[in-house]
Design a protein around this ligand. Structure first.
Ligand code: FBP
Length: 413
């Protein structure tokens, strides 16, 4: 290689090292910055007003474009339940332990969704053959499977202290707890009378403050007592409530005490994706959802209420519409989105109705209130009731505020 070429390369190399070595700080020193700022101010002062205006407008357009870009999120951007939980943590709305419990519940719901979807194919329909549960109901195979799935996921989260299930006679103290000790109450598969017909069913859950452990050394009775005391809390103490609807699409609806959000399971990605932001139940809705088969056993005020809904003259010629799936999660989900009222009153056979306060009525009432609706027994706010038993039943009127107030008005006259 010619001498000249070599010396040019050498100079270039030397130049590169010199500039790399040279402290770049010189050019970005505060002095220079100040100078630049001063220069800009001078220049700005020299610019005629119109020009400044154009610039301001351009800046404004740029800002909006920038903002719009945020919303023109790429088609592949998925706002999942996990993303949402992380965001809520960043806002200090929930701690990482509680987020872990919610994630473990979402995993349980995904597994149950898969089992429900395959129930006919994998012969998961029919009764379990385990006899009756504590409710006196013949357990379905999927009742037992869903309960196992929920218990396993909650245990493995390592963040739960006590769990209480519709399918378990007594609450269970979880030993595999690293920390968090949250109390979780749940109905693993609600509406199971519909399961063999492939009609919508669901899971319902509520999470309460961490408990003093209820493992009283060596004394099982005392432990059980402590567990029961821990789970028997009024609904107004709930931190989180939610349900998962298994139907044409699987949707988890959730509140952490700051509005209600809906996440739909994307079967391709296997993630719950945010699809319903801050759900608000319409204040009125002309749909009622009651098992009218019990009409004859209802008390007078409830009969009068039901008769009034069917009187066209009372509603400008168009009476209320009846919708009843026979699964609380399905009927409540429709009521939450369309408005109206779901009701399961007490009757001559079941004075307090059929639904359980702790893991059905309280979580659903917390969601209803967070969405601007109401949850009442017809005479009092469900969330104020202090449970005395784990599987205690209460009448439930839930949904649009005006519709529940209208029902309550029949007990005030
Ligand atoms: P479980 O299936 O969890 O026992 O729930 C009770 C439930 O099935 C609700 O989902 C539903 O709203 C109600 O009972 C239906 O009761 P009925 O068949 O008496 O109308």
């Amino acid at each position: 290689m010619a001498l000249a070429q070599r010396s040019t390369l050498k100079n270039a190399a030397a130049q590169r090292t010199r500039s790399a070595a040279a402290p770049r700080v010189a050019f970005s020193s505060p002095v220079v910055a100040q100078l630049r700022q001063a220069a800009q101010t001078v220049r700005a002062a020299q610019q005629p007003a119109a020009q400044r205006n154009v610039k301001a407008q351009a800046a404004a357009v740029e800002a909006t474009q920038a903002k719009t870009e945020v919303y023109n999120k790429s088609q592949f951007e998925l706002y999942t339940l996990t993303t949402w939980l992380l965001q809520e943590q960043r806002k200090g709305k929930i701690d990482s332990e509680l987020a872990t419990v919610i994630s473990s519940i979402s995993l349980a719901c995904k597994q149950i969704a898969a089992a429900v979807g395959r129930s006919g194919i994998s012969s998961l329909t029919g009764v379990a053959g385990t006899g009756e549960n504590v409710q006196g109901e013949e357990q379905k195979k999927l009742d037992v499977i869903s309960n196992d799935i929920f218990c396993n996921c909650l245990r493995m989260s390592g963040r739960t202290g006590v769990i209480a299930s519709e399918e378990e006679a007594t609450p269970v103290a979880v030993e595999e707890t690293d920390s968090g000790n949250y109390i979780v109450v749940f109905d693993p598969l609600d509406g199971s009378s519909n399961i063999d017909a492939g009609i919508s069913v669901g899971s319902i859950f509520g999470i309460y403050e961490p408990s003093e452990t209820c493992m009283v050394d060596g004394d099982l009775d005392q432990s059980l007592e402590a567990c029961i005391t821990n789970v028997c809390q009024p609904g107004k103490n709930l931190l989180v409530a939610g349900y998962c609807l298994y139907s044409s699409c699987h949707t988890m609806v959730l509140t952490i005490g700051d509005g209600v959000y809906g996440f739909t399971l994307d079967p391709y990605v296997g993630e719950f994706v945010l699809t319903h932001n801050r759900i608000q139940v319409p204040e009125v809705g002309k749909i009622y959802s009651f098992n009218e088969g019990n009409y004859a056993m209802w008390d007078e005020p409830t009969k009068k209420y039901m008769d009034s809904l069917k009187d066209p003259a009372k509603w400008g010629g168009k009476p209320y519409s009846a919708r009843y799936i026979g699964s609380l999660v399905g009927d409540f989900h429709r009521t939450l989105l369309y408005g109206g009222i779901y009701g399961y009153p007490g009757d001559a056979k079941n004075k307090n109705g059929k639904l359980r306060l702790l893991y059905e009525c309280a979580p659903m009432s917390f969601i209803a209130e967070q969405a601007g609706g109401m949850g009442s027994t017809g005479k009092e706010r469900v969330l104020d009731i202090q449970p005395t038993e784990v599987h205690q039943r209460v009448p439930l009127m839930i949904g649009s505020k005006k519709e529940v107030e209208y029902y309550e008005s029949f007990y005030k006259n």
